[in-house]
Design a protein around this ligand. Structure first.
Ligand SMILES: [Cu+2]
Length: 171
């Protein structure tokens, strides 16, 4: 019994939607940003990433909630001072980040992230007939050459690859 193409197409679309919902939040990590305000209008999901950008005057220290409350950076969960710290959240729950340089946390360089569950496809999403069944590979066109994409930025590469899939589906 053959699997209807429409179901395959919907499954692929759902997979694309799931990955496309991954968002990177750029955190300008400094003494002049109000991070309580910054985070207040954002929904940050387990599939998302944070990228802290900062000068050599700062670092990023992930801490426990109690250490966060007291700005105590002496027992970090993790620590980074590269100037560009990528945090892949991965799971729902609270995450706490502070600057470990003396005095900076108490001056506001602290951020509490309430990570929510990664999004699932919207419940109202019905199989849409707007996606036509995938056409056979056009015989005249040369195959795409994905080998030029370096694997360094996997998320970006995945998006590009999925974009190609989407384009093929749209043919
Ligand atoms: Cu600092």
């Amino acid at each position: 019994m053959a699997i209807p193409r429409a179901i395959v197409a919907v499954a692929v679309m759902a997979a694309i939607a799931g990955l496309a919902n991954a968002t990177n939040f750029d955190v300008s990590w400094d003494l002049s940003t109000n991070y309580t305000q910054w985070v207040s209008d954002k929904t940050i999901r387990a599939s998302d990433t944070l990228t802290f950008s900062y000068t050599s005057s700062h670092d990023v220290v992930e801490v426990t909630s109690s250490a966060y409350a007291t700005c105590n950076a002496t027992s970090p969960v993790s620590k980074s001072a590269t100037g560009n710290t990528l945090v892949a959240l991965g799971a729902p729950g609270k995450r706490y980040f502070i600057c470990g340089i003396a005095g900076h946390c108490s001056r506001g360089m602290k951020i509490e992230i309430d990570v929510v569950t990664a999004s699932s496809p919207p419940p109202g999403a019905s199989p849409s007939p707007s996606v036509s069944p995938a056409a056979p590979t056009p015989p005249a066109s040369s195959p795409p050459a994905p080998s030029t994409a370096p694997p360094s930025r996997t998320r970006t590469t995945a998006k590009v690859a999925l974009g190609v899939v989407l384009m093929v589906l749209a043919l």
